[in-house]
Design a protein around this ligand. Structure first.
Ligand SMILES: Cc1ncc(COP(=O)(O)O)c(C=O)c1O
Length: 392
């Protein structure tokens, strides 16, 4: 009766099952995976809900591209960041996730292959299954300060792919696209899907980091972003697609996107009318998130001593921290142990397809007191389990 696009009833993995059980027992959990900005004690002014009440929303104004008032506000946001993007270039969606689905429909037929970075954001496999496209990975490798694309494998994989996804900064490695990698992508000349949702959150970008492809004119592709990360408002459901490349490519792509969007008209009027007011709050909203991420990253760095068996990998931006931990236990064993014995919840690296063990991924959004106590417990546990008496 149902399609086979997804495995509809995959069993919970043991870590999620344990988490569920402990929550049912009302155990207090130090959740270092929390990536919902609206549940970590940030200030969201009541002007946000006021802005959603515009009487203009009472009128249905069907617009596949999205209302001009919202596109102009997004154009001004790019201007503020130093990028020239006009309102005519932008297409509104309800979210970045929806934008991915839209672009998979635009660029691939069922069975076609799209390339994704590895490690990266776990949602891709679901998005791809829903659109009946295949994914193939191109690896990123850690060079001692950031993650870079294995361009040799990328070139090989690109031979049988229809598009290449870039996440810049990447979730969870925090690495930007770099200039030399962009040169390779220009040569490959496949459409790029450039997810820049974390682009406002800088840590220590490399000198050759590419901050946005918004003004790229050679390689063809699309920038994706949205309020979910730009304003820390995932529930408001506003994202966008910005085609880039040659004029011929952007014109043709824009016409096709308009047709796709016209089929659904999924973006609501209240959020589009509220967009200028919400983007006025960009410094406050994204500033709070940036401060939180910096504070927690600094605390984590301070907790890791020179002698610690744990190392914190370098990041150029984003909301996450990646820890390399000893391989005396597998990632699964570390995560289960930390949750069961220390009430600390972290994600194993393999959730994000890290090539080798053992990495743990922490979100840096949690309230500082929760983050610091959770991180302290985590480090104490790993140090105790890796005492010199034990083989490492
Ligand atoms: C890299 C990346 N892209 C997109 C999204 C989803 O964004 P949206 O809420 O706009 O669908 C996330 C959410 O965590 C993400 O990490």
């Amino acid at each position: 009766m149902f399609s086979t696009r997804l495995q509809w009833s995959e069993p919970l993995n043991p870590l999620s099952e344990l988490l569920w059980q402990l929550r049912r027992e009302r155990r207090h959990i130090f959740d270092l995976t929390e990536s919902n900005p609206t549940s970590v004690g940030l200030l969201y002014p009541s002007a946000i809900t006021t802005a959603l009440g515009s009487p203009e929303s009472l009128r249905h104004q069907p617009s596949a591209q999205g209302l001009l008032i919202a596109r102009e506000a997004i154009s001004a946001y790019y201007q503020q960041r130093g990028f020239e993007v006009s309102s005519e270039q932008l297409f509104l969606t309800t979210s970045t996730s929806e934008a991915y689905s839209l672009l998979f429909k635009l660029l691939a037929d069922p069975g076609d292959t799209i390339l994704i970075p590895s490690p990266s954001y776990p949602l891709f496999s679901f998005l791809a299954q829903l659109e009946s496209v295949k994914l193939s990975e191109y690896p990123l490798f850690y060079d001692g300060s950031t993650w870079r694309i294995d361009t040799h494998t990328l070139r090989e994989e690109a031979k049988h792919a229809k598009a290449i996804i870039l996440v810049s900064p990447n979730n969870p490695t925090g690495s930007f696209l770099h200039q030399s990698e962009l040169e390779v992508l220009r040569e490959i000349n496949l459409p790029l899907i450039a997810d820049e949702v974390f682009g406002d959150y800088l840590a220590a970008p490399e000198p050759d980091a590419v901050f946005s492809l918004a003004q790229e004119r050679r390689a063809p592709g699309f920038v994706l972003s949205g309020f979910s990360k730009v304003l820390g408002l995932p529930q408001m459901k506003l994202g966008w697609v910005l085609p880039f490349g040659t004029e011929k490519f952007t014109q043709e792509a824009s016409q096709h996107i308009e047709l796709l969007l016209d089929t659904y008209l999924s973006v609501g009027a209240p959020i589009q009318h509220a967009a200028p007011y919400l983007l006025d709050m960009f410094p406050l909203l994204s500033g709070q998130i940036a401060e939180r991420v910096i504070e927690n990253r600094r605390a984590l760095r301070g907790l890791i001593t020179k002698e610690s068996p744990v190392s914190l990998l370098g990041v150029e931006g984003g909301w996450y921290a990646v820890l390399r931990v000893p391989t005396v236990h597998t990632e699964d064993e570390w995560c289960m142990m930390l949750l069961e014995r220390d009430s600390v919840y972290v994600h194993p690296g393999y959730f994000f397809d890290f090539e080798a063990e053992a990495f743990l991924v922490l979100s840096l959004l949690a309230r500082p007191e929760i983050f610091q106590e959770g991180a302290r417990r985590l480090l104490t546990r790993i140090e105790a389990e890796t005492s010199p008496a034990e083989p490492s």
